[in-house]
Design a protein around this ligand. Structure first.
Ligand SMILES: [Zn+2]
Ligand SMILES: [Zn+2]
Length: 380
């Protein structure tokens, strides 16, 4: 029987093509990144598929310890989009139980549910604001989320070391957050990235007027923020740097490009948290989402002299191949560019005309870097 199945898989005609298509469809239904031929990350099979011939053959191979080697990654491809497939960090029982819910949320990789610095699991509310996660009315943490949380974290927040080591720090795993829906006219609590403001460069506000977009400014009190909460309060300072005095009803208001806004809470959700001033977001994750939105917008609008949509937004990764000196340079960049420096991603490289042997293996050039305090300002 298994020999027949192999013949069927390797068939170059119509039978092979149909088998290939059915396998791909099954892979999508069962929601795994790796081809099913290589791995079945389940401990049980959905009852509704118990008559599926291909699945039964795969199970037969599996129970008889026969492994199939995928020789053709074009025919049986791995679904890309992340570095670590979820099935690699959970057990088969978890995957069997939750694959349906994960599929509904379009989550296939660990990359999608952890913070940019790969140290924390994203908070539930943060997963829900991702652009590709369908809007749902369910605000409570789902079982798939709490289950994986106990599998990969020790304190419900920080990832276990074994998990953290799966990533280099350099994988960009920040996803785009959902956009503000201007037609719904919701007076949402929003965040956006503004490279002109100091202090974190992420600005929080609540929409007051929509016809002309007026936003009430909110401050973040960092000393009261935790890994799971951000403490916010309305700005009452007429002299605030953000104040554009657009309203007589609130002391500090300003406007923004609505396409850069990341909605965090709807007006009614905001009303329910109001007495505590705490929102269930991590301030660093808010920063990452807001900056991502801003970068996507900028990419669509302009071709900056250092950042382009095809390139990494870290120039060191653009210009240099992996090497120990590149690692040193990244370390220098990290220490010179702390998080509260809003220009932290700006690193300018320059060279002195020492290029020799261009286009040969002996090609060499010396270069240096400077950190620029502001986009068009003087190097330090
Ligand atoms: Zn922490
Ligand atoms: Zn203000």
């Amino acid at each position: 029987k298994i020999t027949d199945f192999c013949i069927q898989l390797n068939d170059n005609g119509l039978l092979g093509k149909i088998t290939e298509i059915r396998l791909k469809s099954l892979q999508d239904q069962l929601w795994t990144s790796r081809p099913l031929l290589e791995k079945l990350p389940y401990n049980r099979v959905p009852y509704t598929r118990k008559n599926n011939y291909i699945l039964n053959m795969l199970l037969l191979c599996y129970h008889n310890n026969i492994s199939l080697t995928n020789l053709d990654h074009n025919t049986f491809p791995i679904i890309k989009g992340g570095k670590i497939p979820l099935e690699d960090v959970v057990d088969n029982a978890y995957y069997s139980k939750h694959r349906k819910r994960l599929r509904e949320k379009h989550i296939l990789f660990l990359d999608q549910i952890i913070s940019d610095d790969k140290s924390r699991l994203l908070l539930w509310k943060e997963i829900l604001i991702k652009a590709y996660v369908p809007i749902s009315t369910q605000r409570k943490e789902a079982k798939w989320y709490t289950d994986i949380r106990s599998l990969i974290t020790s304190d419900n927040i920080h990832l276990n070391n074994s998990i953290r080591h799966l990533f280099g720090i350099l994988t960009d795993n920040v996803d785009e957050a959902r956009s503000y829906n201007i037609d719904k006219k919701n007076r949402s609590l929003i965040a956006f990235y503004n490279p002109r403001f100091n202090s974190l460069a992420v600005v929080i506000g609540k929409i007051q007027g929509i016809d002309r977009l007026i936003i009430k400014h909110f401050h973040v009190n960092m000393s009261q923020c935790t890994d799971t909460y951000t403490y916010i309060y309305q700005c009452m300072d007429y002299g605030c740097a953000a104040n554009a005095a657009l309203s007589t009803r609130s002391p500090c208001t300003f406007s923004a490009d609505w396409r850069c806004l990341v909605p965090l809470l709807t007006e009614s959700q905001f009303a329910s948290i109001q007495p505590t001033n705490l929102i269930e977001f991590n301030i660093f994750d808010i920063f990452d989402f807001a900056k991502k939105k801003y970068d996507i917008m900028q990419g669509a609008l302009t071709q900056n002299h250092v950042i382009s949509p095809q390139l990494q937004d870290n120039i060191i990764l653009d210009l240099l191949d992996s090497s120990t000196s590149r690692n040193d340079l990244l370390r220098i960049q990290r220490s010179l560019a702390p998080f509260n420096n809003n220009d932290y991603y700006i690193f300018e490289f320059y060279t002195d005309g020492s290029l020799i042997e261009l286009g040969t293996e002996q090609c060499s050039i010396s270069c240096a870097f400077a950190q620029i305090s502001d986009l068009f300002d003087i190097p330090h």
